[in-house]
Design a protein around this ligand. Sequence first.
Ligand SMILES: [Zn+2]
Length: 257
Amino acid sequence: MNPPVQVVPIPAFRDNYIWCLRDETRAAVVDPGDAAPVFAYLTRENLELSAILATHHHNDHVGGIGALTQRHPVPVYAPFDDRIDGVTNRVAEGDRVRLPQFGLELRVLEIPGHTLTHIAYYGPNMLFCGDTLFACGCGRLFEGTPRQMLTSLTKLAALPEDTLVYCGHEYTESNLRFGRTVDPANPFLESWEQQASDLRRRQQPTLPSSLARERRGNPFLRCDDPVVAAAASRETGQDLGGAVAVFAALREWKNRF
Ligand SMILES: [Zn+2]
């Protein structure tokens, strides 16, 4: 029986997190946009890199793969997308990524929207969802449609509610400001905002979140909620019918926010 794997954030750039799965001696990293902080962490903790997983092609998620694999020729898992180099294992919906060093198997979920080939990795109690689902928010639609993104978010939200959500960026405080604007009378969002600002004041990550929390608070997962739909309708000056229209309006509103 393996000891439980730890999941640790390695901060990168201004607000990225490279998530590191680790035990006493080995580590796997998710979305290493930059190799330098990963090398520094591996050296400091005396860990051997054993795998790399990527969720999507943006450089702040894959930019460090080349330098890492030059020094550590480990398996690299990524979606079928030629824009990601140095991949050893292309994976798609339903594939399993086995990390036997941690006694762990992660399932691949295709979640287009932020990009068309974005994937997530889901395992017992943990979800690595890149730039699709954020704490109280979601990624921008660079390539996909609102309908695609909403379908992807709905798919993630249907996972067990005790799933911990490991997102690609520390955007929680600004997402909560937006969430509170959409739904100002919600005491759950108020206390979440308080917790998040306490953590940030102490320079602690606000992540992981949980699906229970996201389902309850995240406006992008509540497009059927009359409060959220009414706020989006007020903002656009239109009577928005249906969750996709509400989602599209929320996403546009957040872009301007
Ligand atoms: Zn991205």
